[in-house]
Write a protein that binds this ligand. Structure first.
Ligand code: VGL
Length: 196
């Protein structure tokens, strides 16, 4: 279990400026994540990209009792990955595909061949994961916490995340919570410099 994986969380149009649930500066994660993709390729890591993949009617949306505007409905433009995100080599994990699912964590999602993310990673001998993407205080947090729960050594890429911050400070609190749970906070630069 000594393989590593990069997990890119929900870098989709609706979470970027111009989308229906924009994370402020959400698009800015694309640059550092693409550099991580290149690094991951060179070092033989697995690359995973999760996506919110909601049905049109789901109680995740405020129109149906949830807390969010309509976003990332499967097979719509808003659900597509940011056009500049390098996902050619990534295994796509779709989550929140059912009408009664919030599906914040990438670990709630399945690969195209129907494998849960945890099973997919373990079956490839992954013991260590590096998490970045959107949004720090929701899906990134849920994904990193699950990664720890499932006994992966877990790193948060602090310069490759942005948060929603419905309430000021939510992202900082989310990072504290992840730290408490055992997530290591690291910059992409530190990864390139071999600081892990
Ligand atoms: C997310 C809010 C609602 C996320 C998903 O990807 O972090 N945030 N649904």
């Amino acid at each position: 279990m000594n393989k590593k994986a990069l997990i890119i969380v929900d870098v989709q149009n609706d979470f970027c400026p111009g989308g229906s649930l924009p994370v402020p500066q959400g698009n800015e994660v694309v640059g550092p994540l693409n550099r991580m993709v290149e690094y991951a390729r060179e070092h033989g890591w697995l690359i995973v990209a999760s996506r919110d993949w909601h049905p049109a009617v789901t109680n995740h949306f405020e129109t149906y009792g949830g807390m969010w505007p309509v976003h990332c409905v499967n097979n719509t433009k808003g659900a597509e990955f940011h056009r500049d995100l390098e996902v050619d080599d990534a295994t796509i994990i779709s989550k929140a595909t059912e009408p009664d699912e919030d599906g914040y964590s990438a670990f709630d999602g399945y690969s195209q061949s129907g494998q849960l993310l945890r099973i997919f990673l373990k079956s490839h001998g992954v013991g260590e994961v590096y998490v970045g993407g959107l949004a720090t205080d929701y899906c990134v947090k849920a994904t990193a916490l699950d990664a720890v729960k499932y006994r992966f050594r877990t790193f948060l890429l602090s310069d490759a995340i942005h948060g929603v911050d419905l309430k000021e400070g939510n992202s900082d609190r989310a990072i504290d919570e992840m730290k408490q749970a055992g997530v290591s906070i690291i910059t992409t630069r530190e990864v390139y410099d071999g600081k892990t």
